[in-house]
Design a protein around this ligand. Structure first.
Ligand SMILES: Cc1cc2nc3c(=O)[nH]c(=O)nc-3n(C[C@H](O)[C@H](O)[C@H](O)COP(=O)(O)OP(=O)(O)OC[C@H]3O[C@@H](n4cnc5c(N)ncnc54)[C@H](O)[C@@H]3O)c2cc1C
Length: 472
């Protein structure tokens, strides 16, 4: 019998498998996806949010623990476990040497439109390269990896893990790490969670899934039924407003649209509905999926003019282009009269100071509801562009409740040999909201802890207390 069974094949699973193996445990991974699609949502990522007190290799200036914590506190509206959040933050300062040892490369700081050169370390080659590096390292260390192996249920004895079932096959192990993602790819569950709105719509029917189709939440559901403690609300998720032309699954980052803060966003009735300039885009992009989900037909339209072009990462798909606002409305099939009225009211309300997209500048609207509080420039310079937006679910936050050991708990009692990491427990830190790069910070910190703990449960290397053992 293998020591540690890791269920999943993304960042959290790989971190757990590598740590358990390094501690001397024999490790088997069960990945639902075929090899070509291995890596879950992690194959789509670009960066990791990292605390640092002084400039470090690929990170400029500093991003102290307190600032990181305040950022998290703000986006989550306090729906976060401070001890676990601080554990993640501290671990993010020290994990990169360990990641490098397993073949992950980082790229030099980015500057310009993204505002994240200070806070986020970018992976050379993106998430696909990261995942591939970890799989190569796992293979070298002798981790057994099985693809096409969706686990449909877990067998427990009380709170102890005994076996995982893949179809009719029973796979036993001395300890187990669950790292099988959220339930974002389970459209029926999303539909049930979001329900029907006052307009009679089923909003989730119009959602797109930004990442893998394999995160169906089967094990999360089973563990909930078995009485595991949970945390979070099933409608809370990282949700981005993405290009409405994106495919149902795996559109990845190329379907993102980063011009929202440079223009206005209208709904199907050609009305604005939220402050597009509330804060820097990396701190706000993840609320827009939810905002669009609340609009009629779950659709929005990002409108910019020629002045915005060159100030944001160019989208992969071209926008709808027009030489006048009335023509743009017609091409987007929006009511032209209301469209031009909304734009005229916005343009008239703009109080232009010193435009600076790298700062929370003083260009704002006056007497307009909702206000645009920064980067408010009139939309008056042709050609004009419009992009239809739909809610894109990145990952869901409902998960298993844990403490610092990542043990799955049943009525507050921690399992001795069943641990959980990544999206399946990210809701402990992210009750709502998001700040760019924290998903990978959570998965890396807790994946590594879960792997060490699972190895320790099989009497391999007892990890040090608390977060210390996360330091490389
Ligand atoms: C387009 C996109 C861009 C993103 N960009 C970033 C970014 O730049 N920075 C950041 O921090 N975060 C980013 N995220 C979020 C990030 O991907 C997640 O927070 C993180 O990767 C989660 O890791 P995980 O291992 O928990 O889940 P995943 O990487 O999704 O892995 C889950 C794994 O479990 C497998 N699985 C599911 N069910 C079963 C089952 N029953 N049996 C066996 N295996 C199963 C899946 O196949 C998959 O391999 C992004 C996500 C997306 C979709």
């Amino acid at each position: 019998m293998v020591d540690v069974l890791v269920i999943g094949g993304g960042n959290a699973a790989l971190c757990a498998a590598l740590m358990a193996r390094e501690a001397g445990a024999s490790v088997r991974m069960l990945e639902a996806a075929p090899q070509a699609w291995r890596g879950g949502n992690s194959m789509h990522v670009r960066n990791l949010r990292c605390m640092h007190d002084a400039p470090q290799d690929v990170l400029i200036e500093s991003y102290p623990e307190e600032e990181y914590w305040q950022d998290l506190l703000k986006v989550t509206g306090g729906k976060t476990d401070e001890a676990l959040a601080r554990l993640v933050i501290r671990a993010s300062a020290t994990c990169r040497p360990w990641m490098r040892r397993h073949g992950v490369h980082f790229q030099p700081p980015l500057s310009g439109a993204l505002h994240v050169a200070r806070t986020n370390a970018f992976f050379m080659g993106g998430g696909k390269a990261l995942v591939n590096a970890y799989y190569r390292s796992a293979q070298r260390l002798g981790v057994q990896v099985r693809y096409d192996s969706p686990v449909d249920r877990i067998e427990l004895e009380g709170t102890r893990f005994v076996a995982a079932w893949v179809g009719g096959e029973r796979i036993t192990a001395r300890a187990c790490v669950l790292a099988a993602g959220g339930f974002e790819s389970n459209r029926a569950w999303l539909r049930e969670a979001w329900g029907q709105n006052a307009r009679g719509e089923w909003p989730a029917d119009n959602f797109l899934i930004r990442g893998t189709r394999f995160n169906t939440g089967v094990l999360l559901k089973q563990l909930m039924a078995l009485g595991a403690d949970t945390i979070g609300d099933p409608t809370q998720a990282h949700m981005v407003a993405i290009d409405a032309r994106a495919p149902l699954y795996d559109g990845g980052i190329c379907t993102r649209l980063d011009c929202v803060s440079l223009g206005v966003v209208l709904n199907r009735n050609a009305e604005r509905f939220y402050d597009e300039g509330e804060d820097f885009w990396p701190k706000r992009y993840a609320i827009w999926g939810r905002l669009v989900a609340q609009q009629p037909g779950q659709i929005g339209y990002s409108i910019i003019d020629a002045k915005a072009v060159g100030r944001f990462m160019p989208p992969v798909f071209e926008g709808v282009q027009a030489d006048s606002l009335a023509e743009l409305a017609a091409k987007l099939e929006l009511d032209a009269e209301r469209f031009t009225h909304t734009l005229a009211a916005y343009n008239a309300a703009c109080r232009v100071g010193h435009f600076d997209h790298t700062r929370l500048d003083d260009c704002h609207t006056e007497g307009l509801a909702p206000a645009k509080t920064h980067w408010a420039l009139p939309i008056d310079t042709p050609p004009f562009y419009g992009y239809a937006l739909k809610p894109g679910v990145t990952f869901t936050y409902l998960g298993l409740k844990v403490g610092a050991s990542t043990a799955v708990q049943f009525g507050g009692q921690a399992s001795a040999n069943l641990f959980v990491a990544g999206e399946m427990m990210a809701g402990n830190v992210l009750g709502q909201g998001y700040t760019a790069g924290v998903g990978m910070s959570i998965g890396t910190a807790f994946g590594r802890i879960a792997g060490s703990q699972a190895a320790a449960a099989c009497d391999h290397a007892v990890p040090k207390q608390g977060a210390d053992h996360v330091a490389a």
